[in-house]
Design a protein around this ligand. Structure first.
Ligand SMILES: [Zn+2]
Length: 494
């Protein structure tokens, strides 16, 4: 922050003082939400008893889509708010799910949410918003709840569900007693989580100190042992890779059927779609999405970039380390590993030449969904090249896993974020070599990044013709190149 903007911030805070000086302090009572779902799951009736600190009441994560001018907030009806004495309070609809309100008081809020989210096309997919199955409803906290749009009040949060007969709630929150009541650790945990309300099968198991609950749509019940095997082995690899557990101790995974096969990660949960059955043959797809989302519990949710410009590292390092750990754990054999390694430069090539995306990889995340081939493809290429460069410049003493451990030790704490400068510093500290030129070329430049030298340094040969890419083990590879390959992807991959 510059001196001038610091001054302007101070000035703005000073000008705001006379208004907020009237705002009372938190009354010490919890914030409670009560959600009733009707038998057909067409509506969620929400009643909330909240301490409102700021002058803004908000629905978070609102995405405007065709047909919904205010995104998810357009599906909210009958919003009524009153003070502690029952007197109606004025709400000023400011659009985008934001409502102006007088802060510094306890409010009682009621509204209903039309559960029609699956009728609309969401940029990241409905698995990140809400959808129905014949066994219930997947929804997220942000889809259901309003919260203070500014000040994060430290009031304890409780959520209670009233559900159709035979349904139960699956959440990553802490259950209170035996009913459907939960304690929620923070506003982020309230809003940034997937929930499944319904009759679907669930299975809870412990792996490496993390309690995982899997909620499986009917079609996937028989695949539960496959999921559990993969999740256990990946979780153990990630704890070793980062040198510790993720920030949350309890996670929820919701799996249902949908052709998109996509997934989305939240604070303590992820929501995944699988196309058709889940078996050993298509594990290369569903296992990859699952392993990628699971890795985000560390890289992305425990270790958080300062802004969109390092989204490439969040997605790219996650993709690359997903490939490496799946190979090490035996989930990707030699042939599938080659295909995965061919897909990475292909995504980048599609972004640069078929889509004509000319911006740098760092800038591409400003508009992540349309540019996802560049974010993920360019990001994974850069992560692979970073791993190789760390090894080459340190005489193979350090690699990306050591880099991730330092990042985890320094940044895996609430509120702390990393920037490109931090990535450069950590690489320099680990190797004694300046990485600013490396990052400028790999992710800061608008020109084409050539991955072939990095692959060659791993004893891999990439033959390509336009969009055709073939990766194979180079028979002439030096012992050092072979050793580097095995250090990353494991043995027995000939
Ligand atoms: Zn991701």
């Amino acid at each position: 922050m510059s001196v001038l903007s610091r001054f302007l911030t101070c000035l703005a805070l000073f000008l705001l003082l006379p208004i907020s000086a009237f705002a009372a302090d938190w009354d010490g009572q919890p914030n409670r939400y009560r959600v009733r779902i009707d038998a057909q799951a067409t509506r969620a009736e929400v009643e909330a008893d909240l301490w409102q600190q700021s002058d803004m009441l908000s629905m978070y994560g609102v995405m405007v889509v065709p047909g919904l001018a205010n995104g998810q907030a357009s599906l909210v009806e009958g919003m009524r708010v009153s003070d502690a004495s029952g007197t109606s309070l004025a709400l000023k609809d400011q659009g985008g799910g934001d409502f102006g309100i007088r802060g510094g008081q306890r409010i009682h809020l009621s509204y209903s949410v039309r559960l029609e989210h699956d009728h609309y096309s969401w940029p990241a997919g409905m698995e990140e918003v809400a959808y129905h199955t014949d066994e219930g409803l997947m929804t997220t906290g942000a889809t259901l709840f309003f919260a203070d749009g500014d000040a994060p009040v430290q009031a304890p949060i409780e959520v209670e569900f009233e559900l159709p007969r035979g349904w139960h709630a699956n959440t990553p929150w802490t259950r209170i007693g035996t009913g459907e009541r939960y304690r929620v650790a923070s506003r982020r945990e309230l809003l940034s989580n997937a929930l499944f309300l319904g009759t679907a099968m669930s299975e809870t198991f412990d792996a490496g100190g993390v309690e995982l609950t899997l909620v499986l749509g009917k079609r996937y019940r028989k695949s539960a042992p496959l999921f559990v095997d993969l999740l256990r082995s990946q979780l153990a690899s990630y704890a070793e890779l980062f040198g510790g557990p993720p920030l949350s101790k309890r996670y929820l995974i919701v799996i249902n059927e949908n052709a998109s096969g996509d997934g989305g990660a939240f604070a303590s949960s992820f929501s995944q779609f699988i196309q058709g059955d889940a078996d050993e043959r298509n594990r290369v797809i569903w296992g990859y999405v699952m392993a990628h989302e699971l890795l985000h519990f560390w890289n992305g949710l425990s270790i958080v970039p300062t802004d969109y410009r390092e989204e490439w590292f969040k997605e790219g390092a996650t993709d690359y380390l997903t490939i490496a750990t799946l190979a090490r754990n035996g989930w990707l054999g030699g042939e599938l590993l080659s295909k995965r390694l061919e897909n990475v430069p292909r995504r980048y090539l599609i972004a640069r030449y078929a889509q004509g995306l000319g911006m740098s990889v760092r800038e591409s995340s400003k508009d992540k969904q349309p540019n996802r081939q560049l974010v993920y493809g360019g990001g994974s290429l850069a992560a692979l090249a970073l791993d190789v460069a760390l090894r080459e410049r340190s005489g193979d003493k350090v690699g990306l896993p050591d880099f991730m451990k330092v990042l985890y030790t320094e940044f895996a704490r609430p509120g702390k974020t990393y920037s490109l400068h931090d990535l450069e510093r950590i690489a320099r500290d680990l190797t004694g070599s300046d990485f600013s030129g490396f990052f400028a070329e790999a992710v800061g430049s608008e020109s084409y990044f050539d991955i072939r030298p990095s692959y060659a340094a791993l004893g891999l040969r990439m033959d390509s013709f336009v969009e055709e890419m073939f990766i194979s083990r180079e028979p002439q590879a030096t012992p050092a190149q072979r050793a580097r390959f095995e250090a990353i992807f494991g043995r027995n991959l000939e």
